[in-house]
Design a protein around this ligand. Structure first.
Ligand SMILES: *[C@@H]1O[C@H](CO)[C@@H](O)[C@H](O)[C@H]1NC(C)=O
Ligand SMILES: *[C@@H]1O[C@H](CO)[C@@H](O)[C@H](O)[C@H]1NC(C)=O
Ligand SMILES: *[C@@H]1O[C@H](CO)[C@@H](O)[C@H](O)[C@H]1NC(C)=O
Length: 270
């Protein structure tokens, strides 16, 4: 048990219960001096979700005491956290100076900050009313580069099988991928598209891959080349393009440059 004294009237305790059911308890005790007639009501829990890595977020528990006296406001994260977790809790950095009887201010959130948060408000005797509310906090991590296209051969002849793999950079959630052939979206009616596969990496970020297959036909070649593009979307869209050269393309003249359309927009929200 870890105990921090906040100020004379405030106390913050971080507790891991022995049964490991509760991994985070922000226990705020405070004095209140209201009269009596009707009781404590929890209005809502505000959790800004999704939030971005590096941001600070404020979780607000909004309640009305009416006649009751406040006994405590407790905060929990992930009641079902696996056993064996110890303080400090990964992803939790509380700014006490900005937290109060209604809110908890978390600094520099990261992927481990994501989870289900619950606030529990209790009244003093004689009512002992306890109300609670929970909400999920999702943390978005944008990819740091565009998707990568692999499987491009130096040259394609009519009748050749084109077999390309587009893999997104790591992000949370995994990117949604799309293929374009000569700037038209490759639809499953016309092209063979695998189901996107997702890989969860050790750092909790995900990549997704999407395979595009088709037979190179005369109709696909424009001035001797087929332009293929893959886009990856996680809030924003990033893309990469590859140029498939036909055998008749003049190798001595660089008519088409491979374009890297990767764009990353950090610190921007739409
Ligand atoms: C495209 O640009 C991004 C960001 O500038 C870079 O990370 C990536 O490696 C580039 N991809 C290719 C295929 O050049
Ligand atoms: C596509 O490329 C990714 C990254 O290189 C790889 O992990 C994945 O297995 C590839 N998919 C197929 C079907 O080859
Ligand atoms: C993709 O998934 C669907 C539904 O799960 C399945 O019916 C289909 O056969 C899969 N397609 C490929 C190419 O794996």
């Amino acid at each position: 048990m870890n105990r921090l004294t906040w100020s004379a009237d405030w106390m913050l305790r971080l507790i891991i219960c022995s049964n490991s059911l509760v991994i985070l308890k922000l226990f705020i005790l405070l004095a209140s001096n209201l009269g009596s007639s009707t009781g404590l009501k929890l209005i809502m829990l505000e959790v800004p979700s999704p939030s971005y890595v590096g941001e600070s977020v404020e979780l607000s528990c909004i309640y009305e005491l009416e006649s009751d006296k406040l006994y405590s406001v407790k905060w929990y994260k992930n009641d079902d956290w696996p056993p064996g977790q110890f303080l400090p809790i990964s992803g939790i950095r509380v700014d006490l100076s900005k937290s109060g009887m209604n809110s908890v201010f978390l600094k520099y959130i990261d992927i481990n900050t994501a989870g289900v948060y619950r606030c529990e408000v209790s009244a003093e005797a004689p009512s002992f009313v306890t109300e609670e509310c929970e909400k999920q906090l999702q943390v978005t991590v944008l990819p740091t580069s565009g998707p990568q296209i692999s499987g491009v051969r130096p040259e394609y002849r009519i009748g050749d099988k084109v077999n390309l793999n587009c893999t997104s950079a790591r992000s949370k959630p995994a990117a949604k991928l799309r293929w374009y052939v000569n700037n038209r979206e490759a639809k499953p009616e016309e092209y063979e598209l695998s189901n996107a596969t997702r890989v969860l990496h050790q750092d909790n970020l995900e990549t997704s891959s999407l395979i595009l297959r088709f037979m190179a036909l005369d109709k696909h070649f424009r001035s001797g080349v087929i332009r293929v593009k893959c886009t990856a979307t996680v809030v924003h869209t990033t893309s990469n393009e590859a140029i498939l050269r036909g055998e008749s393309t003049d190798k001595n003249i660089e008519y088409y440059q491979g374009e890297n359309l990767s764009q990353c927009k950090y610190n921007e929200k739409n």
